[in-house]
Write a protein that binds this ligand. Sequence first.
Ligand code: URA
Ligand code: SF4
Length: 225
Amino acid sequence: MDADPGAAEAGREYDARPYLPSGGGMRGLRQAAAGCRGCPLFRDATQTVFGSGPAHARLMLVGEQPGDQEDLRGEPFVGPAGRLLRKALDEAGLADEGAYLTNVVKHFKFTVAPRGKRRIHKAPSLRETTACRPWLVEELRLVAPDVLVVLGGTAGKALLGSSFRVGEQRGVLLPMPALDGGRDGSAPGQLLATVHPSAVLRSEDRDAAFAGLVADLSVAATALD
Ligand code: URA
Ligand code: SF4
């Protein structure tokens, strides 16, 4: 029997907070996240996929959760969605910005296709995004970016609340919400929401969707000039 069965088996509420370190900066945070068992997603995934990039980047981007390739390599945005995102950042003039990339949920959630072994992305539940969010809050506190780009609905809801709709709030610079325990007011920096690169890949008009992503990222670029 495992020494730490994790929150689910122990009947605790899903929550990453018991696994947060008391200090140690970004390295300490990353190391602690590698051992997180705050929700059941650690069990089927290969490893924790923590954020990557300069610890004091001016630009930070947050997606939903790692995909198949991210899970295997332990790095965010290294699969097809990541390639598209890098191309969009390039076209928006942000290629050299040295962004910090991360996700709301740090373990890959998937189902296995009926025949064969292909792992198919499954959207994380609200319980799981809420459980994992403390890692993101700590990353945001440490990086303290000038601009946080929120990619898609899962990340938008995690940061701006459940009424967030990407179609309504995309492409405009918003004040950074204060995330420390729901206090009112705003934190330093600005936030900009846009579509998730996976949504661009799934779109019927991929060129138009890609152009929309680039246009939104270009707004973020103006804030970093
Ligand atoms: N999609 C995400 O949201 N994050 C990744 O890291 C890869 C794909
Ligand atoms: Fe912990 Fe998040 Fe992984 Fe759940 S998904 S085990 S909360 S790191």
